[in-house]
Design a binder for this molecule. Structure first.
Ligand code: C5P
Length: 208
């Protein structure tokens, strides 16, 4: 029997992780957050005092499973450094096989930027999850500080950081952020996590 692979791509803080985790639970599939791989490489580079734009490949080759379990992978510094290491074709090549191996035994729900285009072009189903930068900035703020942001300057700074990262992710040469041609695109402004999950489950059911 061939196990399903569900690809969930999209820009930063669009709610891909929440959706992918919940979907994996509903479908009883393993869940892989591929952003964590790039974050763990970035963390290693930063901890060694290296330059994220140049020192990613060596750290990617040395990546250990415990690197992905660190609790300091979601800081703003790592957000920026992860996007820089992710530009390097050698970093991406070093992480590609790990991602494919993960899904080999039992399939998976996998979230990232290039899952439907590069990592699993033959995925069973592909979704591209987006939301406006303002909505994503607010979600990211809530995730980080546990409450919504009422300070417009702080929110503007978050929007700028998200736009900078998406711009970098979408304009790189290797595996840029973009929807696969056969991905279902879902704009999640005004939808909560439960509504997005319901929509995705409905689409999967219709697909059979
Ligand atoms: O998804 P997350 O925000 O954790 O990803 C962190 C960074 O890792 C992204 O900004 C992107 O540069 C990179 N990434 C990538 N390809 C993926 C997943 C993440 O380039 N499949």
């Amino acid at each position: 029997m061939k196990y399903p692979i569900i690809a969930i791509d999209g820009p930063a803080a669009a709610g891909k992780g929440t959706l992918a985790r919940q979907l994996a639970e509903v479908l009883a599939l393993p869940y892989l957050d591929t952003g964590l791989l790039y974050r763990a490489v970035a963390r290693r580079v930063l901890n060694q005092g290296g330059d994220p734009a140049h020192d990613g490949p060596e750290q990617a080759r040395q990546l250990m499973p415990e690197d992905m379990r660190r609790d300091d992978l979601r800081t703003p510094e790592v957000d920026r450094a992860a996007s820089l290491v992710a530009k390097e074709p050698e970093v991406r090549a070093a992480l590609l096989e790990r991602q494919r191996l993960f899904a080999r035994a039992r399939g998976a729900v996998v979230d990232g930027r290039d899952i439907g285009t590069v990592v699993f072009p033959q995925a069973t189903a592909k979704f591209f999850i987006t939301a406006s930068p303002e909505v994503r900035a607010q979600r990211r703020y809530i995730q980080r500080y546990g409450q919504s942001c009422t300070d417009s300057a702080a929110l503007a700074a978050e929007v700028a950081a998200i736009n900078a990262r998406d711009g970098q992710d979408a304009s790189r040469q290797t595996a840029p952020l973009r929807p696969a041609e056969d991905a279902v695109q879902i704009l999640t402004d005004g939808l909560d996590a439960a509504a997005v999950l319901e929509k995705v489950c409905q689409i999967l059911q219709e697909k059979g």
